[in-house]
Design a protein around this ligand. Structure first.
Ligand SMILES: Nc1nc2c(c(=O)[nH]1)N[C@H]1C(S)=C(S)[C@@H](COP(=O)(O)OP(=O)(O)OC[C@H]3O[C@@H](n4cnc5c(N)ncnc54)[C@H](O)[C@@H]3O)O[C@H]1N2
Ligand code: MOO
Length: 402
């Protein structure tokens, strides 16, 4: 039997020659989780003016220790007057510091007496002052190209008054499945039939990886129909993902159909679950090359393969380096495991006790047992030909990424 190939080699083959998709301008309001196609340069200093970090009194620090008349009241949003020496200004959080003041004393430390403020000395220069440009300086890089926009990044853009950004368009994916036994939820099950769980699962995973699923179909079981579906899928997608029919390939329509219009390599990986993988290329409607990736039919195998292969592929299409790999967390195994020639990606939940992370494996790690993926926090990576005892240190790939 041919030697099994590594996950890394298959990933490198999948990503070879992938170029990012085009960019488009979108409103920040709908840009959540989109990937920046260009760096964003700050237009403004943030904060845009020196302002108070507290509700209190603004003064020149050298005037502290005396009774100071309150010469003005500055609320947030008001333009202050210059502050005369020997006086102080009533000021509120976020209000502009008046010219001539260099510090703010919080009101809890100040005593009021007959319209005057008694401010205890000493007070240091810059006390409770938020300086213009201390967060962001105009002209600086605000966000790097390739950054995926999360809540904080969108708030950061808003702080600059930015309303639209250049982002990668969502890679278009076609999602196909094979297998005569597969029935869509909502229909009645006949003998020997099962519901299509891969479609809902992969659609959701692909969308969470930033893709738009533009075409969904079941593969017919004849050569001509298969060719027609693949042609339709390739017309509307950057990537065609299918599940099932990659193990030993008696139903060889897919392989033949792809080879008629492109090229297909069948891989057998040192990976459990997810040993069989098909990687190919199809001709798109124009000069584009459309990538074809055939995942194993077993739902757990396609779940794991989606995280290991589809996510980095989306990362490459989106030019988003953070999506190239999953964060690795070191944990202690709360289980024992033994592997053979294939590296095992076990579905685990993680518990945290202080700095210690413990990985708990789902009891049945079979590749058809989708309950082992429901609620999984991570994939515990058990190397090939290894024996893991309870308490051993293992690496876990964190799946709770945005
Ligand atoms: N003789 C061999 N048999 C198998 C091998 C092998 O090397 N030699 N490999 C096994 C491994 S490992 C895997 S993984 C699977 C991969 O199978 P296929 O990709 O060819 O997929 P199918 O045979 O079509 O289906 C496998 C399994 O998954 C169920 N399935 C398929 N599609 C769906 C779906 N959309 N939703 C839910 N479940 C689905 C299907 O009914 C089968 O039970 O092959 C092993 N066999
Ligand atoms: O590689 Mo398969 O995915 O073990 O069931």
């Amino acid at each position: 039997m041919a030697e099994l190939q590594s996950v890394e080699a298959a990933l490198a083959a999948l990503l070879r020659g992938v170029t990012p998709v085009d960019s488009e301008i979108v409103a920040c309001e709908v840009a959540k989780r989109r990937v920046l196609a260009e760096e964003v340069i700050a237009r403004l200093d943030v904060p845009p003016f020196d302002n108070s970090a507290m509700d209190g009194y603004a003064l020149h620090h050298a005037d502290a220790g005396a009774r100071l008349p309150i010469s003005q009241r500055i609320a947030a949003g008001m333009a202050p007057q210059p502050l005369a020496r020997g006086t102080c200004a009533r000021i509120f959080t976020g209000a502009a510091l008046p010219p001539g003041a260099d510090c703010v004393v919080m009101q809890e430390k100040v005593e009021l007496d007959g319209g005057e403020a008694i401010i205890p000395a000493p007070v240091t220069v810059n006390n409770n002052v938020r300086h213009r440009g201390s967060d962001v300086t105009a002209g600086a890089v605000l966000l790097e190209r390739g950054e995926r926009l999360d809540a904080a990044a969108l708030g950061y853009l808003a702080s600059q008054g930015i309303v639209e950004v250049s982002v990668r368009r969502r890679p278009r994916c076609a999602l196909l499945n094979s297998g005569d036994e597969i029935v869509e939820p909502g229909q009645a099950l006949g003998p020997g039939q099962i519901y299509n769980s891969n479609r809902a699962m992969l659609r959701n995973l692909l969308e969470s990886f930033g893709a738009e699923v533009t075409f969904i179909a079941s593969m017919p079981d004849d050569a001509e129909g298969t060719r027609a579906i693949l042609a339709l899928a390739a017309e509307q997608a950057d990537v065609v993902v299918s599940t099932g029919g990659v193990s030993v390939g008696e139903e060889d329509h897919v392989k033949a159909a792809i080879e008629a219009v492109g090229q297909l390599d069948l891989w057998r990986l040192a990976l459990k679950p997810g040993k069989p993988l098909a990687l190919g290329r199809l001709a798109g409607s124009d000069t584009r090359t459309v990538r074809f990736i055939g995942l194993p039919g077993n739902p757990v195998s396609s779940f794991v393969a989606a995280w290991l292969f589809l996510r980095p592929l989306m990362g490459a299409l989106l030019d988003c380096p953070a999506m190239g790999s999953l964060p690795v967390l070191p944990a202690r195994a709360a289980f024992a495991a033994r592997t053979g020639a294939r590296r095992h990606y076990m579905r685990v939940t993680l518990t945290m006790d202080g700095r210690d992370i413990t990985a708990h494996a789902f009891p049945d790690q079979g590749s058809g047992v989708l309950s082992s993926c429901v609620g999984a926090d991570a994939l515990a990576v058990i190397p090939a030909d290894a024996t893991i005892d309870e308490g051993d240190r293992i690496d876990c790939l964190w799946l709770r990424v945005d």
